[in-house]
Design a binder for this molecule. Structure first.
Ligand code: HEC
Length: 160
């Protein structure tokens, strides 16, 4: 009888231990799955779901994309040239992350010179460079191009 009780207790404790371990392993796996999903989801972003990215890594990636693709027409500091000034509060094609993402993805008006970057950039890359561009709002470029478009800042739509 005593052996029976000891056996029962040990059996249950051991079993409980196993279950705890199993639970922890499942949780760890779930965490990995969530991280993986987040990475994939981030790249599935489109003009409707895009939000302003604020993490340093995303903005750094956005700057790198800007420096190698956009500087020729918008200047290093966003002051503009062939393309409009991106630091001011005036937008030709709309401000705010969703519209800026759309402009980058689909390009500008015909014949103006702003191509549809979706041919060359992944959705996440366009979200990163759009967020970087919006981060230049209110900065002071060396040779700012005169304002063009509608005054949209400060409105809720200008920066999300
Ligand atoms: C060949 C020159 C050229 C390059 C390169 C270029 N752009 Fe443009 N961009 C323009 C022109 C021109 C316009 C104005 C389009 C219009 O008036 O319809 C424009 C417009 C824009 C606008 C909208 C501005 C507004 O006032 O609404 C954004 C945002 C923008 N560009 C971002 C970018 C980004 C980001 C890149 C790099 C991935 C880039 N551009 C590369 C020429 C360029």
């Amino acid at each position: 009888m005593i052996f029976g009780v000891v056996y029962l207790v040990r059996f249950h404790i051991v079993k409980e231990y196993d279950q705890t371990l199993e639970f922890q392993q499942e949780m760890a796996q779930a965490q990995i799955d969530i991280e993986q999903y987040k990475k994939t989801a981030k790249n599935l972003v489109d003009a409707n779901t895009v939000t302003l990215l604020t993490e340093a890594a995303d903005l750094k990636a956005g700057k790198a994309i800007y420096d190698s693709n956009c500087v020729a027409c918008h200047a290093q500091d966003g002051g503009g040239g062939i393309g409009p000034n991106l630091t001011d509060q005036y937008w030709i094609l709309g401000g705010g992350i969703k519209k800026v993402f759309t402009t980058i993805s689909e390009g500008g008006r015909d014949g103006k010179g702003m191509i549809a970057w979706k041919q060359n950039l992944k959705p996440l890359e366009m979200a990163q460079v759009a967020s970087y561009v919006l981060g230049m709002q209110g900065s002071t470029p060396a040779n700012p191009k005169e304002a063009d478009g509608d005054l949209l800042w400060p409105t809720a739509d200008a920066v999300e």
